[in-house]
Structures are given as C-alpha cells and as structure tokens.
Design a protein. Structure first.
Length: 262
C-alpha cells in the first residue's frame, strides 16, 4: 500500500508475493527446485546482478564489505534477503531488505537497498538498537539521500518500522518533510513454504507480477501528474553506494529459513 498525504492525497493497494532467502543457501535452493534458478533463466530466478554491486558478482561479499566499513565483523553473520524474484527473466525491486544476524542469531543490522526506475540504486545501512528483544519492532530513522520518485522532495526523512520475518512480515516506511508526513508505504505478508508446488501456484495467482509492478509505478505517476503533483528534477546519485548510519544516532523502540511470502 502507498498513501500520499501532502500536498495532495493519493492511495493505491495491490497484491504481490516476495521471497525470503538466506543468501548463502541460494545456490543449494536452486539445485533443489525445478522452477527456481540462480543466475540462470527459469520461471523464477534470483540473479546477483539485480542486487548489490549489480555487476554479476555474488551479493554476499558486497554486503560483507559494507558491514566491515560500518565496524561489524561479517564473518559469522547470517543474512536474509527479502526481495522480488525474476519471473520469466524480468524483475524490478523498488526495495530489497537485508536482515543481518550475528553468530548468536541476534538481528544486528538492517540494509535497505533502494532502486529507482532510472536504473540507479542506493543503500541505507542502519544498526539495530542494542537490547532490543526479537518480538519488538525495529524502528529506525535516516535522512533521504537518493532520488526515487520525481514527485517526492529530496529534503526528507525516512522512518522505518519492521518486524522480524517470522510467521508474518511487516514493513512500514514513512517519509516526512518539515511540514509533515508526505508518504506511507507498507508491505505485509504471511509466510509459506518455498517449494515447486508453491511456486507453480504463485505463477497462476500472480502472472507477470514484476512487469505489473513497473507498469503500475508509471500508471500511478501519470495519475499524480494529472492531479497536479509537483515535479522535482533528478539530482546526481550519491557518491557512495551505501549510506552508513552511525549507531549512536539510531533510535529504536523497546517494547528463518527460505520462505515465500505473499
């Protein structure tokens, strides 16, 4: 669900499915499933060049590099990625989320990988607040550094609120300006087994889903333009590929294996 609040109101909701994958298990998963491949064409596939450095190299070393730059030792980390797969060779991921767990299975770091429709990408790496229990939401804040939509101002703040992916998944993103909230975006899902039978059923329910996402983005943009939304020119992308948020500035609230989610 996307809801724009100011300066004009606009809302749309659509159904999707997504994958929750352990990055280190993707090759073995592709070997086990007939309808899912790694870096090869299939009904469903995960391609390394769709994520991370986007140069075809494995995504895990790219994340490890940025974890190291942020002061974390990634050698014992387990990383889950939440993303859309390629369907019949095509994919577009507006947001890929990486959940980074330490050797004690504690969630320590979130990495939000944001793409726009101009072929650009930027990441926000944010530590998870110390002392947080696993059943408490993850609440994080950072300044917007990357151009996403021509109808959204760059001088904005993101607020993320997530729950760890267990039986259910919940992601909420709020974008705010100095005069109030401009956008709410949510993705909620329930967890299901990832096997060939589930993938075949998903193909029937969500045919050409990733193509629909791209078409939907442009269709909603057209409706916003008709409503009179202000156009913001696209600035150069950030010099760094990932914004690393200082752990001291992180505020949080007190309070898996491979799966498909829909």
């Amino acid at each position: 669900m996307h809801r724009r609040l100011i300066p004009l109101r606009h809302r749309f909701v659509y159904r999707v499915f997504s994958l929750l994958l352990d990055l280190d298990e993707i090759p073995a998963l592709a070997g086990r499933l007939k309808l899912f491949s790694h870096n090869a064409w299939n009904l469903f596939s995960y391609h390394d060049r769709d994520h991370g450095a986007r140069d075809g190299e494995a995504v895990r070393p790219w994340i490890d590099k940025h974890l190291g730059q942020a002061g974390f030792d990634p050698t014992q980390y387990r990383i889950l990625t939440h993303c859309f797969p390629r369907i019949l060779g095509y994919a577009f991921n507006p947001l890929t989320v990486y959940f980074c767990y330490d050797g004690d299975a504690q969630l320590r770091v979130m990495l939000y990988e944001v793409k726009n429709t101009f072929g650009q990408q930027h990441g926000y790496l944010i530590p998870v607040a110390e002392g947080r229990r696993g059943d408490q939401p993850i609440v994080q804040t950072c300044e917007k550094a990357f151009y996403v939509s021509p109808f959204l101002d760059m001088a904005a703040t993101y607020r993320f609120r997530l729950k760890e992916p267990r039986d259910k998944l919940s992601i909420l993103i709020r974008q705010s300006l100095s005069d109030g909230e401009t956008l709410l975006a949510t993705h909620t899902a329930r967890r299901g087994a990832l096997d060939d039978r589930a993938l075949l059923a998903i193909l029937v329910v969500y045919p050409l889903m990733t193509l629909k996402i791209m078409v939907g983005i442009h269709w909603e943009a057209l409706k916003l333009w008709i409503k009179g939304a202000r156009y913001h020119s696209r600035p150069p992308p950030p010099a760094q590929e990932v914004s690393i948020i200082d752990a001291e500035n992180v505020k949080d609230e007190p309070g898996v294996a491979n799966h498909a989610t829909h």
